[in-house]
Write a protein that binds this ligand. Structure first.
Ligand code: BDR
Ligand code: CA
Length: 309
């Protein structure tokens, strides 16, 4: 089977953690490296969390590199109300068995892409700081990027009335990535809110008899409790997991080719994605935007994946 070479750039984060777990279970994916960014929590925390999840799923040989600790120009803001103080509250996970690499995350991205025989797919599930830094430092990597499948944005917001957290956290970096000309697949809130881990889903996960599924069950319970508290949702949207699911089973997704760019200047709208769904701006198509998810098929895939552990 031909494998897809991927880099996971993340800020674990409950849904980032579950993305790593799903990716690690898929024989069709070759994880070249994991890079971390500050987002849901400060950089040391998100990096430690990534390492803990690597231990859980025995990704012992996958390099984990710590990336940007701050957005380009904004003040860093984290999301403890959603992910807890550690960024991954809920389950008890042992301290990581190893440390992060000495190389900065953006240099890891550059090196892995330059060294890959086949074009690489990047899956960013946090603020886009590392990706923008890598593009600034080594624009030539564009030639060996297959596509960027990212979680971010939406036609509505979750952090401000119009902006989604990942884009809002570093709009300048996001704009650099959206305007880069690299083919993008964008999983925004319009589709990620269709992937709710409801009580029924969590029950199914908890019926699976292995440690990884037990931890995922605990992650989902915590995540669902904060989503209930903050947004009165009936489950947790596992936003980031859609990036991995798309790479494995694109047939579960209905997307539309559109132009998306990012508002960086608005007094009330910074970090808003301007998604030209109806082609009214004349701007050139740069992204496939996720519109509809086969929710049943998605959870089936997730449950099957967890059973493999
Ligand atoms: C995004 O923000 C974070 O809370 C999640 O990990 C996800 O990447 C959703 O807005
Ligand atoms: Ca995330």
């Amino acid at each position: 089977m031909k494998t897809k070479k991927i880099i996971l750039d993340c800020d674990p984060g409950h849904d980032d953690a579950i993305s790593i777990i799903l990716a690690a279970s898929q024989p069709s994916l070759d994880i070249l490296g994991i890079t971390t960014v500050s987002g849901n929590a400060e950089i040391e925390k998100t990096t430690r969390n990534a390492l803990k999840i690597c231990d859980l799923v025995s990704l012992n040989d996958v390099l984990v590199s710590k990336g940007a600790s701050e957005p380009f120009i904004r003040i860093r803001e984290t999301a403890p109300g959603i992910h807890g103080d550690s960024g991954l509250d809920g389950p008890e996970l042992p301290e990581p068995s190893r440390s992060w690499s000495a190389e900065h995350g953006c240099d890891t991205i550059i090196r892995l892409i330059k060294g890959a025989d086949d074009p690489v797919t990047i899956l960013p599930t946090g603020p886009l700081t590392n990706i923008a830094l890598a593009l600034l430092k080594a624009p030539e990597i564009k030639d060996n990027i297959e596509e960027i499948v990212l979680m971010g944005g939406g036609t509505f917001g979750n952090w401000t009335p119009t902006a989604e957290f990942n884009i809002w956290a570093d709009p300048e970096a996001a704009k650099k990535v959206f305007d880069s000309g690299i083919p993008l697949v964008v999983m925004g809130l319009d589709i990620t809110h269709q992937a709710l881990a409801t009580k029924e889903v969590i029950d199914q996960v908890q019926e699976i008899d292995n440690d990884v599924a037990r931890i995922v069950g605990e992650l989902l319970e915590f995540f669902a409790s904060t989503y209930k508290e903050m947004f009165n949702f009936s489950g947790a949207p596992v936003h980031d997991v859609l990036t991995v699911a798309y790479c494995v089973a694109p047939e579960l997704f209905t997307t539309k080719e559109v132009n998306i760019t990012v508002e960086t200047k608005g007094e009330f709208t910074a970090g808003t994605t301007s998604i030209d769904l109806h082609g009214i701006t004349g701007r050139k198509v740069n992204a496939k935007y996720g519109l509809e998810l086969d929710t049943e098929g998605f959870w089936k895939m997730m449950i099957e994946a967890l059973k493999t552990y």
